[in-house]
Design a protein around this ligand. Structure first.
Ligand code: ATP
Ligand code: MG
Length: 271
């Protein structure tokens, strides 16, 4: 069953076309990786799904409803249904872990009001269960700014989880993490996907991680979808096309992108 459909979705910022006529149908329960060079439009695409960015053209449909038309309460409900996880975690550092997770229960309430809220036992229980699931229950009373990056991202995933979303949109969730924490955080997303059936759309620039965890990969270049397939179809040749063969272009990428892409470029040049 297709749960999420993007119809000819575009976003322009002034003269820049960040996303250019993207149409995609996403199967319920799938784990989709979105890959592509820096500036390809990956973040803008996720942000339009969550309505953090309004499309210039096209629409987003979820279970038959046009979410790009939603306003007010219906829009807040949609944002509860599609939780976001960010590279920089977006936690409130001076607050404890439990409170940060419980914030996920209050996505429709402004932060200043949620700080005054008395949490119910049900909120606390849901937050503790989520933390326990990812080995973080012992940190419940600790300030978030005292945690490692991997621990903070697990807290952010717990916050997303207590929203009881149908989709999780993760924008480079491992870009700030070392290899061990990368695995812990990706395993957390994989278990949410597998055990709870929550659809995951995840922007990634580490291709090995994308291949290992995703059941479908969507490659973007200059705002367009230029690859859509299972990981086995992401051959070296496709990667060359996706990232461009010019070594000089590769050298202008952020170092994290460069480390991922250079081996493919070298392989192609010696082939
Ligand atoms: N708020 C904005 N205002 C103006 N231009 C923007 C804005 N957001 C994104 N862009 C431009 O849109 C294009 C796509 O950006 P986007 O952040 O979606 O790319 P990305 O694939 O996520 O890149 P990265 O891998 O570096 O995160 C880029 O050219 C970027 O400069
Ligand atoms: Mg991005």
């Amino acid at each position: 069953m297709h749960t999420l459909r993007l119809h000819n979705l575009s976003k322009r910022f002034g003269n820049t076309t960040a996303v250019d006529g993207v149409s995609l149908a996403v199967q319920a329960g799938s784990f989709v990786g979105i890959i592509g060079r820096s500036g390809a439009g990956k973040s803008t695409l996720l942000r339009m799904i969550n309505r953090l960015n309004e499309p210039s053209a096209g629409s987003v449909e979820f279970e038959g409803a046009v979410v790009t038309d939603l306003q007010g309460q219906a829009l807040r409900q949609w944002r509860r249904n599609c939780a976001m996880v960010f590279q920089q975690f977006n936690l409130i550092g001076r607050l404890d872990v439990l409170t940060n997770v419980m914030m996920g229960r209050l996505t429709s309430v402004p932060t200043w009001r949620s700080l005054l809220t008395l949490w119910s036992d049900a909120d606390k229980l849901a937050a503790l269960e989520a933390l326990d699931r990812f080995g973080m229950a012992d940190f419940a009373a600790q300030r978030c700014d005292q945690l490692s990056g991997g621990q903070q991202q697990r807290v952010a995933i717990c916050r997303a989880l207590v929203q009881q979303p149908k989709i999780i949109l993760a924008d480079e969730p491992i870009a700030s993490l070392d290899p061990r924490n990368t695995q812990v955080v990706m395993d957390a997303l994989a278990s949410i996907n597998r055990d709870l059936g929550i659809t995951v759309l995840c922007n990634l620039h580490a291709l090995d991680v994308a291949r290992n965890y995703c059941d479908r990969l969507v490659g973007m270049s200059a705002g367009r979808v230029v690859f859509d397939g299972v990981p086995a179809e992401l051959t070296d040749h496709v990667v060359q096309n996706l990232y461009g063969l010019e070594a000089s272009q590769v050298m202008h990428m952020p170092s994290s992108h460069r480390a991922t892409v250079l081996p493919f470029v070298r392989a192609a040049q010696t082939a």
